[in-house]
Design a protein around this ligand. Structure first.
Ligand code: CUA
Length: 428
């Protein structure tokens, strides 16, 4: 009787348990965004609060569920009871049990509240004790103006990154290092930070509400229009981390991703210098040169900055070093060779290891992305590509729905797309 009862319960629970357990596997190579695999102190603290709550709830579940099962079995109807149902005598409460239950409930809440409040204070801003571990000295002498540019206060020894949300991509600025949109040196899609350094993240939005979330490092905190938010994070291992917008923000919310590249501090200093370098000149008469002319003629130049080539655009992502980035289109398109990447992940056993940008993949992505956004037409006049990101702001009929521009400026032939891609590939 009992065994039949439990086997039924087991049968019902099995599929649910299987689904729940499927989300727990650290070995699963597809888990690029897992809060159960913390790689930094902030993510670790958030993970610890989660686990403390889970274990407390498991204890409560077993207690309450156990009592329920006990009562169901113990007081079940037995053969013959139909004629003489057992009537339980009315009681008037038991002060000891009542006070005990109230105390136990309050106790459970306090047990959860203590680590939760601790975590809220810890994750709110860089704690003073984190600063000595952030080895800023390795890279700050390379910063323009040198060491004296840095105030001695604890707050200012932390790397500051401004994160700006836009429909549908993230822009990263490093005000201490001169990498800002105003200075024509902002960084879209990929936030690069040094390993072991506490990073203060200042969040704001230029349109609607977005949310910044890198599950393995920290999150999630909203980017609100008209107000500033902040959080902090620190990565304990180098690697390629996956993040995404976690607040519904319109058509392409689901395609609004970003990456965090954690590198050694010396590597970070080199990266900062590279970001400030202008684009290489393009050889005259080449396909890339034709592409560069198209970039100016087809109004790409109105929104995008290319340091050293064009300087008018500030609305769209900075493209000066586009070809060195591992992702495109709000990190929705991956510029790495997917087979090589998978092979590397299987070899290393983690998704943070990353291959470099693959030229062929990047070129195909560029054609797909620009083609869909400007609507590319083949020789027969038929549309070549479909929307990569629905509603994206590059889309000609949304962005340039003005007399003249619509028909003349934003149509690309397959050949033009190829030239444009060749130009963009030179932007390393
Ligand atoms: Cu931005 Cu969702």
């Amino acid at each position: 009787m009992f065994s039949r009862f439990f086997s039924r319960v087991g049968l019902l629970a099995a599929p649910f348990l299987a689904i729940i357990m499927a989300g727990c596997s650290k070995a699963d190579m597809t888990v690029r965004q897992s809060t159960l695999d913390p790689k930094g102190p902030v993510a670790q603290v958030q993970f610890d609060v989660f686990m403390a709550t889970v274990w407390l709830v498991v204890v409560l579940f077993v207690l309450v569920g156990g009592l329920l099962v006990y009562a169901v079995i113990k007081f079940r109807a037995r053969p013959g009871d139909e004629n003489e149902p057992a009537i339980v005598e009315d009681g008037h409460g038991n002060p000891l049990i009542e006070i005990g239950l109230i105390t136990a409930s309050i106790g459970s809440l306090v047990i959860i509240a203590i680590p939760t409040l601790n975590a809220i204070w810890y994750t709110d801003d860089v704690p003073a004790e984190s600063v000595p571990t952030s080895k800023l000295s390795v890279w700050y002498p390379r910063v323009e103006g040198g060491r004296e540019n840095y105030a001695k206060t604890v707050e200012e020894q932390v790397l500051e990154v401004d994160v700006i949300g836009k429909q549908w991509w993230f822009r990263f600025e490093y005000p201490q290092l001169g990498l800002t949109n105003d200075a024509k040196h902002s960084v879209p899609n990929e936030m690069v930070i040094p390993k072991g350094v506490a990073v203060r993240i200042n969040l704001r939005s230029e349109d609607v509400i977005h949310s910044f979330w890198v599950p393995k490092l920290a999150g999630k905190v909203d980017l609100m229009p008209g107000r500033k938010n902040h959080m902090w994070l620190q990565a304990s291992e180098t690697g390629h981390y996956y993040g995404q917008c976690a607040e519904f923000c319109g058509d392409s919310h689901a395609y609004m991703l970003f990456r965090v590249e954690v590198v050694e501090p010396a590597e970070f200093a080199k990266w900062v210098q590279r970001q400030k370098a202008p684009a290489e000149p393009v050889a005259v008469g080449t396909k890339a040169d034709k592409g560069k002319a198209l970039f100016a003629a087809k109004s790409c130049v109105m929104c995008h900055n290319v340091g050293g080539h064009f300087g008018a655009g500030a609305f769209g992502p900075d493209l000066t070093h586009l070809a060195s980035r591992k992702s495109l289109a709000g990190a929705w398109l991956d510029n790495r060779d997917p087979k090589a990447q998978l092979a590397l992940e299987q070899k290393t056993g983690n998704t943070e290891s990353s291959v470099e940008v693959d030229r062929a993949t990047l070129k195909a992505n560029l054609i797909k992305w620009i083609g869909s956004s400007g609507v590319a037409h083949g020789a027969d006049g038929k549309t070549l590509t479909k929307d990569v990101k629905p509603g994206n702001r590059m889309h000609y009929y949304k962005m340039f729905n003005v007399a003249g521009l619509r028909e003349t400026n934003q149509k690309f032939t397959a050949e033009e797309l190829d030239d444009l891609a060749e130009y963009l590939l030179t932007l390393k």
